[in-house]
Each structure stands twice: as C-alpha cells, then as structure tokens.
Design a protein around this ligand. Structure first.
Ligand SMILES: *Cc1c(COP(=O)(O)O)cnc(C)c1O
Length: 420
C-alpha cells in the first residue's frame, strides 16, 4: 500500500463490530488468568504486560510508522531526544564511540557531545560533505555506529544517505538516520541503506503542536551475526536468557531496545499521546504536499529580496544541496526555510519581532507558520565553533512555513521586511 493509504489504515484493523477509530487504551496493566501465564511473559513478552514499555494504542502507531518507513518494527518514545538517546545506547556502552554528521539538531549535538560523554561514550563529529576517505579516517576500533540527519535542522543540509550507508557498512556498523524534517512521505532512508530511522514525532508527524514524542524504526536489515555484536547474539542474562537475534530475527534491534532500555529508562509515551499522534499521521501526506508548496514559495520570495543575504532551501535551483535533494527528496524539501538577513543578529531579531502572522516560538514544522533565531535559542548552548559546524550564523532565521494561505504568509514577510 502507498503512504496515503497506510496513514489511514496501517496499525489498526478493527474486528467485526469494533470501534472504527483506534481507541485509547488508557490502562497501565493487563489482566491474565494465571500466574503461570505472567511468568511466561517475563521469559518472553508475547503480550502487553505493563505500559512502561508497551501499550495497544502506542503499538498501533508503532506499526503504522514502521509500515511508512518500510521497517521491521518500531518503538515510540516520550520525545525525539529519548529516541536519539536510546538509538545510540542500544549499540554503544561506556568505552565505545560513534560517528555523527556535525550538521544535526542542536539538542542532539549537546546530547552527543556533553551528556553521552559523561557516560563514557564518545561522539566523533565529521563534516557530512567530506569525501568517503576522510570520513572513514574518523573511525576508531571502538566505533559502533554512524548517525546523520536527512535534512539537518536548522542548516537544511541534505545528507548523502547512500554515501553514509556505504561507509558504515564497509566498517561493519549500522547507520542511524534522524528523518524528522523529511518524514517518510518525502524520504524513506531505509530504501537508501539506513539501518535505523528515528524521528521527533513532535514536528510534522504530530503536526498540530499537541504533544512531544519520538520513535525508533528498525529496518531489520542489519546482520548482527556478522561482526562483534555479543549483546545481540548471546543470551541476555538481565532478560532470562533471551537471545535477540535468535528469538526476534529481523526485529532484534527494536526488541532489545524495548526489553532492555525501555524497561529500564521508562520513557514510553502515554496512550493518549499516541492517539493524538495517530490523528496527525492520518493527514501527513496531504500536509507534506502543502508544506513543500508553501516552503518553496517562501524560499523564492526571500531569494528575490535584496534584504536577504542568503537562502537555504534544497528545492531551490542553485541551492548547494539541490542535486542531493533531487535524488533524496524528489517530492519536495518540507516547509522549513533558513535565511540569513543582511545586518546580522540585530536585523534578524527586528524582522522576527515585526512579523504578525508568523509566531515567534520554540517550535518548528508546525501547522502554523513560526520562526526561530537558532543562535539565541535552540543552539544557544553551542560554542562559536560548534555553531559554524552546525551551519548556524548569527543572522540565521529558521522560517517554518505553515499551512496558512500562501498570500497571507508572503504579505506578512513583506510588511516585516520593511522594518530592516
Ligand atoms: C526537535 C528535534 C529533535 C528532538 O525532538 P523532541 O521531540 O523535541 O525531543 C531531534 N531531532 C530533530 C531533527 C528535531 O527537529
């Protein structure tokens, strides 16, 4: 089935007489008729046991997102940050390292470079546009994964997914892609060799700015039996001797993430959040189409203005990432446009504060047009060096085009540009 159909039907198939809309199973517990049955579940969780790590409503959404990404399984998390964290912790322990593109979301940079470091896990940042040999040189003996973002937030750099997949696989490690901005509607990284896909579902997937959430999708394609992956191929003593590759086959990664990490960290979304996320997902393909149209119109408008120093939008002919976007994002480059206003931070702030329709808020990829100044908000904790590596200039504005009528969005930009 194709995306529009999957978004409406995948994950929940009502039985005869059951509710047509996926119900909210607001329950922490599940009843069984014998002690023995519950004991068996502790050996092998074949049913929902406790809502810290699985729940029927959340499971339906997990199945829908796995189907959209073309994965073998998925696990929702209570935020995108939790998805990034668990995607790495499922592979790396203290003493290990992993490689990441430096053009990634500011919160992820901080998680990787500050917090994971305190847990003894090293992140080696690389220039995503460097050639394969240069990136390969960054690998160490203990490198266990490679990480990148399809459309980097906020630099809007498009990742050469196939290049990264090739490098990772040559080195025998899985490749994780944060596909938040593209969503599976615009790009399916698994088709280009990604092994794990993660999302902040807070953004386009939810779409309505209703709840924070994340998801990890397992492609099922990485062969853990080749190479040095004892945590996947040997019995897990913390789970009664379960062996993930033997017992879960293609879903080994996601089963391990749930049974070890979600069990211990407990960052699972509430059923009600999953219900809201599902409503967002139902219209995702329709909304993405319009975001791409409005985003392109806004990018063109900015590009024609003498007050704008530069525009980053990969669907704009002439953009540095246009050729990669033609390959990875043929349906469009989402609604987020980054612009650098002439006159630096002062003019950036003046322009943003003069907008009447677009909201000044800490959000992106919303149904309503919103703007953010990364250098003083999401990327504020980064050093100047990190800011440049992440593609964040002092005058950079992240303009997240919503679904309002494009004429209203453009006239708002026009009136505010008069202030600068
Ligand atoms: C927002 C965002 C995150 C973090 O997600 P939260 O849901 O805010 O925790 C991760 N990656 C990208 C690309 C994002 O835009």
């Amino acid at each position: 089935m194709l995306d529009e159909t999957l978004c409406l039907h995948a994950g929940y198939e009502p039985e005869n007489g059951a509710p047509g809309v996926m119900p909210i199973c607001q329950s922490t517990t599940y009843r069984f008729d014998s002690t023995e049955h519950i004991g068996d579940l502790f050996d092998m969780p074949t049913a929902h046991m406790y809502s810290r790590f699985s729940n029927p409503t959340v499971e339906a959404v997990e199945k829908k997102i796995a189907a959209l990404e073309g994965g073998a399984g998925a696990m929702c998390t209570s935020s995108g940050q939790a998805a990034s964290l668990l995607s790495i912790l499922n592979l790396c322990s203290a003493g290990d390292s992993f490689i990441s593109a430096s053009t990634i979301y500011g919160g992820t940079v901080n998680l990787f470079s500050v917090t994971l470091k305190r847990f003894g896990i090293e992140c080696i940042f690389v220039d995503a546009d460097a050639d394969e040999e240069t990136i390969e040189k960054a690998f160490k003996e203990n490198t266990k994964a490679v990480f990148g973002e399809t459309i980097a937030n906020p630099a809007l750099a498009v990742l050469d997914i196939e290049k990264f997949a090739r490098i990772a696989h040559k080195k025998g490690v899985p490749f994780i892609v944060d596909n938040t901005f593209a969503t599976p509607v615009l790009c399916k990284p698994i088709c280009f060799g990604a092994d794990i896909v993660i999302h902040s579902t807070t953004k386009y997937m939810d779409g309505h700015a209703l709840q924070v959430g994340g998801v990890i999708v397992d492609s099922g394609n990485f062969d853990w039996t080749k190479g040095n992956w004892p945590d996947f191929c040997e019995p897990d003593e913390s789970y009664h001797g379960v062996t993930y590759t033997r017992d879960f086959g293609r879903s080994a990664y996601i089963a391990k993430a749930r049974m070890q990490l979600m069990r211990d960290f407990g960052c699972y979304p509430a059923a009600h959040s999953a219900f809201l996320l599902n409503i967002g997902l139902e219209t995702l393909p329709l909304r993405m189409e319009r975001y791409c149209q409005n985003g392109l119109a806004v990018a063109k408008y900015f590009a024609a203005s003498p007050k704008i120093e530069s525009v980053s939008y990969s669907a704009l002919p002439g953009d540095r990432y246009y050729p990669l976007a033609q390959k990875y994002l043929p349906k469009g480059s989402c609604g987020v446009v980054s612009v650098i206003i002439g006159g630096g931070k002062k003019n950036a702030v003046r322009f943003m504060d003069g907008l009447r329709l677009a909201c000044n808020e800490v959000h992106v990829a919303d149904i309503r047009t919103c703007v953010l100044h990364p250098a003083s908000a999401t990327h504020r904790q980064l050093t100047d060096e990190q800011l440049i590596a992440a593609g964040v200039q002092p005058g950079l504005i992240r303009f997240s085009t919503g679904l309002e009528n494009i004429a209203d969005i453009l006239s708002d930009i026009e009136q505010s540009l008069k202030n600068v």
